[in-house]
Design a binder for this molecule. Structure first.
Ligand code: LLP
Length: 386
């Protein structure tokens, strides 16, 4: 929801840009902080969702840790003040250079995704005379009931170690003098809104920790990953995800033993609703079968609709306030030379004109960070509410 001052400001600003509502971000972070703190749960923010510097600074100020998936993210987390003792590093393809960078930074934990990676981290740590702390990312074969492209915890996915490989993992751990085993890590997918899925995950985690203990390994850290979804359909009325219910599932169903820590890696739920992509209508094309609104933003600024058929609310901020205009159906498209460069087909919008300001809502997660320079487009700018 934008007030008239904000819309006036948009009108005089060069588009396209990401608009960050820092108050929405603050309230979301506070809600997550409060809901997790009551159980002493540790939350790492998944930088991949958004590494805009101002966003990182605010998230860091709430005391969250950082979940990174590249050397660049490890560096950015530390530069933005996330304590190195709160940095975790996952990823199915960590390069030697990235592992070395993380070893030099003395991060909290590597979330290791294969037996071969365990051997490599052990070797690289030995060369530096260091001991790397590791958690094993286990593929629990739990269906996240989300879009196929953002499901990660099934046997068919490339992530983590499958359960039938765990005996090789414990052998490797026993043989590796430069590794300290901290615990187990999971991440089954993203935009998960069904809490039953997390209940199933808890049951799998309990089984897995028993397995490790039966094999003589003590678990200090249970890292459940991230994935909590947001309401893309109702960004104004359901702005903050239900962190209370989410953490309560783990409180109720995870078998946490004395001295164990429970960790989470949330990305989307912390940042998605805090930003909108703001653009202008360049052209209106009225066809016999279709009306097109051609925006000055496209898949180079926000690729989620094109890549995952993701739904985002689309609003005409210029015409919304005028009740005289009648709704029409438009295919809202970008300027990129690709047929897939379409935000959504048949969107009901008031009659729209060249120059109108269009907001694509809930774009704070996997928006700006996935922008590209395809077609030699200029890098999308950011504007902040404060
Ligand atoms: N931990 C790991 C190991 C991950 O791979 C991810 C996300 C997260 C945590 C954070 O997940 P979240 O809480 O944000 O769901 N680009 C896609 C989403 C890709 C998610 C990748 N991994 C999208 O726009 O929907």
């Amino acid at each position: 929801m934008f007030n008239s001052d904000t819309i006036t400001k948009f009108q005089s600003t060069e588009t396209p840009f990401y608009y960050y509502d820092m108050e929405v971000l603050r309230q979301t972070l506070q809600a997550c902080h409060d809901a997790s703190a009551q159980y002493n749960f540790h939350v790492h923010y998944a930088l991949k969702a958004n590494f805009n510097p101002k966003v990182l600074d605010m998230i860091q100020s709430f005391g969250f840790g950082a979940d990174c998936v590249s050397g660049g993210e490890v560096k950015a987390a530390i530069e933005h003040g996330f304590g190195k003792e709160k940095v975790v590093f996952a990823g199915v393809g960590k390069s030697d250079k990235e592992i070395n960078l993380a070893l030099d930074a003395d991060i909290f934990c590597f979330n290791v995704e294969s037996v071969q990676e365990l051997h490599i981290i052990n070797e690289l740590a030995a060369a530096k005379n260091k001991v790397a702390k590791v958690a094993i990312r286990i593929n629990p074969n739990v269906d996240a009931h989300t879009h196929h492209f953002i499901t990660t915890g099934l046997d068919e996915n490339k992530f983590g170690v499958n359960t039938w490989q765990l005996t090789d993992v414990v052998e490797a751990l026993r043989a590796s003098k430069n590794l300290e085993f901290l615990g187990i890590h999971f991440h089954i997918g993203s935009q998960i809104t069904d809490m039953e899925v997390y209940k199933s995950l808890c049951i799998r985690i309990n089984e897995m920790q028993d397995w490790f203990e039966d094999h003589g390994f003590q678990i200090k850290v249970l890292n459940t990953g991230g994935g909590l979804g947001v309401d893309y359909y109702n960004p104004d009325t359901n702005t903050i995800s239900d962190f209370e219910s989410y953490f309560k599932v783990f409180k109720d169903f995870l078998n946490v033993k004395p001295g164990q820590e429970v960790h989470f890696e949330l990305g989307r739920a912390l940042v998605a609703q805090s930003a909108s992509l703001i653009s202008r209508v360049l052209y209106v094309k009225n066809g016999q079968k279709k009306n097109f609104l051609v925006l000055d933003a496209g898949m180079t600024e926000l690729i989620r609709p094109m890549l995952y058929q993701a739904y985002h609310v689309i609003e005409n901020l210029t015409q919304n306030s005028s009740p005289t205009t009648q709704d029409l159906k438009y295919d809202v498209v970008g300027p990129i030379c690709e047929s897939t460069d379409c935000f959504r087909k048949d969107v009901d919008l008031p009659e729209s004109f060249r120059g109108d300001i269009i907001a694509v809502r809930s774009a704070g997660a996997y928006g700006e960070v996935m922008a590209s320079g395809y077609n030699l487009r200029e890098r999308v700018q950011s504007v902040y509410s404060e």
